[in-house]
Ligand binder design. Structure first.
Ligand code: MN
Length: 229
């Protein structure tokens, strides 16, 4: 067996609540504009066009309770509160009817976005990669397994900043629900155990500043606490 020419890095992983085990993170997929009111506030018709996806690096995860340094190259950092699905299995063309069987558990995540950089990318027809995928761009709570919390399909999703509610919606208002999202995404790439899927954010996105304290909530899961430094 060959050895590696440079030191191997640690595999990104999330804690699993209530256990000592870790959930290794393979890839992070994110759904764009999956709540009608958020699609509208971003200037789009929320009619049911097919879902679209972007990705973040696996090592952009930040554990719950951590500090997030204010990223470089932006003056307009937006946190998007999202339900995150952690896959325990995967495949190609997973049917809607059996998609939930692939889910290991759920987490509450922030899709941090350099909104000004994303705006330039949109205007110029350039990729979103670095406006969405940068260091510390994916704070996440410990995963709660399905065996403990069941499937999370409806209920409040909320982001408070310094105690004030910024975003509030209901998971039932997703344009594409979780099984439909897994079905569609698995027609484009092979999903595998260890993949995370950010499922989109409700309306109310706005900038955060250094010193802000963020509290993310999804009914049935742990609250996410992040400070922006
Ligand atoms: Mn998002």
């Amino acid at each position: 067996m060959s050895s590696y020419a440079i030191p191997l890095w640690e595999k990104p992983a999330l804690p699993i609540a209530g256990t000592d085990a870790l959930f290794p993170v393979r890839r992070i997929y994110c759904v764009g504009r999956n709540y009608a009111a958020h699609a509208r506030e971003m200037g789009h018709d929320p009619d049911r066009e097919p879902p679209f996806f972007f990705a973040k690096p696996a090592d952009s995860i930040v554990p719950n309770g951590g500090d997030v340094p204010y990223p470089v190259a932006t003056k307009n950092l937006h946190p998007e509160i999202e339900l995150v699905v952690a896959l325990g299995s995967g495949g190609w063309n997973i049917p809607v009817e059996t998609a939930n069987d692939c889910i290991y558990g759920y987490s509450v995540g922030l899709d941090l976005t350099r909104r000004d950089m994303q705006g330039v990318a949109k205007d110029m027809g350039r990729p979103w990669d670095l406006s969405k995928g940068f260091d510390n761009a994916a704070p996440l709570t410990a995963i709660r397994p399905v065996s403990e919390v069941g499937h999370i399909e409806a209920g409040t999703i909320r982001l408070n900043v310094n105690g004030e509610t910024r975003q509030k919606g209901d998971l039932a208002d997703m344009i594409w629900n979780v099984p439909e999202t897994i079905n569609y995404l698995s027609s484009l790439i092979e999903l595998k155990a260890g993949d995370l899927i950010f499922t989109g954010t409700p309306d109310g996105v706005a900038a955060i500043e250094r010193g802000d304290k963020l509290e993310g909530h999804v009914d049935g899961l742990d609250d996410l606490h992040i400070s922006l430094k």
